[in-house]
Design a protein around this ligand. Structure first.
Ligand SMILES: Cc1ncc(COP(=O)(O)O)c(C=O)c1O
Length: 387
């Protein structure tokens, strides 16, 4: 394989062994016959969709899920033949493209099925997963009347009903009232399907949090995203994770410059930081154009295994840190991940930004190359400049 390279020392490292082990752990935890659907939407939560999809399938996932048809087609173009489900809404006029590439779509609207049926040119059945809105309030049918309207389409040769599913809104919260309510509604809606003799082979309701907490209620497939990446679905769930999953994503850079400031010298735009004594200030080649947000001013990174503060405003391409002592140019800086005993977790970054860990790997943009490692060896490098 031709190895891509990059010319700025700022990169994301994806430890594919972690993804592999995380999938194996999840498989061990859920009932035997349950399929693992690896959720690789949004470029595998910023990790790299093709590479994550391949390793997840190798580890025993049998299907993939994405949010958009474009994401599914991207996987197909990269040689991935495993079944794929699109969890978001596909345009009805694109039903043929989905069917041609054997991509299953989410369906819940009569108007959608009508339009899709009228626009079909090829006779490959389109695989559909019926979405049931049990309380997420996002997509899906909510009433029996809506289901009845869809029934004629389920018997048409152009559609094959492969699955029925729902999504829980609060499975990652300690209070289980909402998830219990949704589960009951799901059972009731599945009874409606039985009543009309609709028997999709796949029934699924579980994201990572549901799989961890209610593994006895996952039917025959789970949709695993955050757990596969080695992250916790919520801070509340930290102590409830029954498997030892490890984060696959770390963010690295290096010092590109180092200087000693005198008392009164200032740093970065707006001169918001002033040295109160003689201080070593290092410059790091990452900024908000890479997704390392401006509001991370005041947060910390790791240098030589120590937490050091980001001082002054984060610029578009660079930021400055205050060092306890001189460190040479090219010293490695860890923005997310471990260095020696010290660690900056995704959860810490998220908490500083008043958001959730899901957002952090997603926010690191395509300008930052993804370096994929297995057994400590680089196996692939993805950079947007090679596309
Ligand atoms: C419908 C659906 N299923 C499954 C998932 C995966 O969830 P998690 O990453 O919490 O495992 C998502 C993610 O947002 C989703 O939207």
């Amino acid at each position: 394989m031709k190895q891509q390279t990059f010319y700025r020392d700022t990169w994301v490292e994806i430890n594919l062994d972690c993804i592999y082990n995380n999938v194996v752990n999840i498989k061990r935890f859920i009932p035997n016959a349950t399929e693992v659907i690896a959720v690789v939407k949004a470029n595998a939560y910023g990790h790299g969709d093709v590479q994550v999809a391949k390793i997840a399938l190798e580890a025993g996932a049998t299907r993939l899920a994405v949010a958009m048809l474009d994401e599914a087609l991207h996987l197909r173009r990269h040689g991935i033949t495993a079944p794929i489900i699109v969890l978001g809404v596909v345009r009805p006029q694109d039903a043929d493209i989905a069917a041609e590439h054997q991509i299953a779509v989410t369906v819940f609207r009569k108007g959608w099925l009508q339009e899709a049926e009228q626009s079909r040119m090829n006779d490959r059945p389109l695989h559909i997963h019926l979405k049931l809105d049990t309380g997420m309030g996002r997509l899906g049918i909510r009433t029996k009347e809506e289901l009845i309207e869809l029934l004629p389409f389920f018997h048409m040769p152009s559609f094959y009903i492969e699955g029925a599913y729902t999504h829980f809104a609060a499975a990652d919260e300690l209070n289980t009232v909402h998830v219990e309510g949704q589960y009951k509604k799901f059972l009731c809606m599945l009874d409606w399907l039985k009543e009309y003799d609709i028997q999709p082979p796949m029934i699924h309701c579980a994201n990572s949090a549901t799989s961890y907490r209610f593994s006895e209620r996952v039917f025959n497939a789970v949709r695993i995203g955050i757990g596969m990446y080695g992250l916790t679905p919520s801070v509340e769930m930290n102590s409830l994770i029954p498997v030892d999953n490890k984060p696959a994503f770390s963010l690295h850079s290096r010092l590109t410059h180092i200087k000693k400031l005198n008392v009164g010298d200032t740093v970065s735009y707006g001169a918001t930081y002033t040295a109160e004594e003689e201080e070593w200030i290092g410059t790091v080649a990452i900024g908000y154009a890479d997704g390392w947000r401006r509001s991370l001013q005041g947060f910390h990174v790791l240098v030589d295994g120590e937490k050091v503060p980001i001082v002054g405003r984060v610029c578009m391409d660079q930021l400055m840190v205050r060092l306890p002592r001189y460190a040479p140019v090219d010293t490695e800086v860890i923005l997310v991940g471990q260095q020696g005993e010290a660690e900056v977790t995704m959860e810490e970054v998220a908490s500083y930004l008043d958001t959730i860990n899901y957002e952090i790997p997603n926010m690191i943009g395509a300008r930052v190359p993804r370096v994929f490692k297995r057994n400590d060896e680089i196996v692939e490098v993805m950079t947007r400049f090679s596309l």
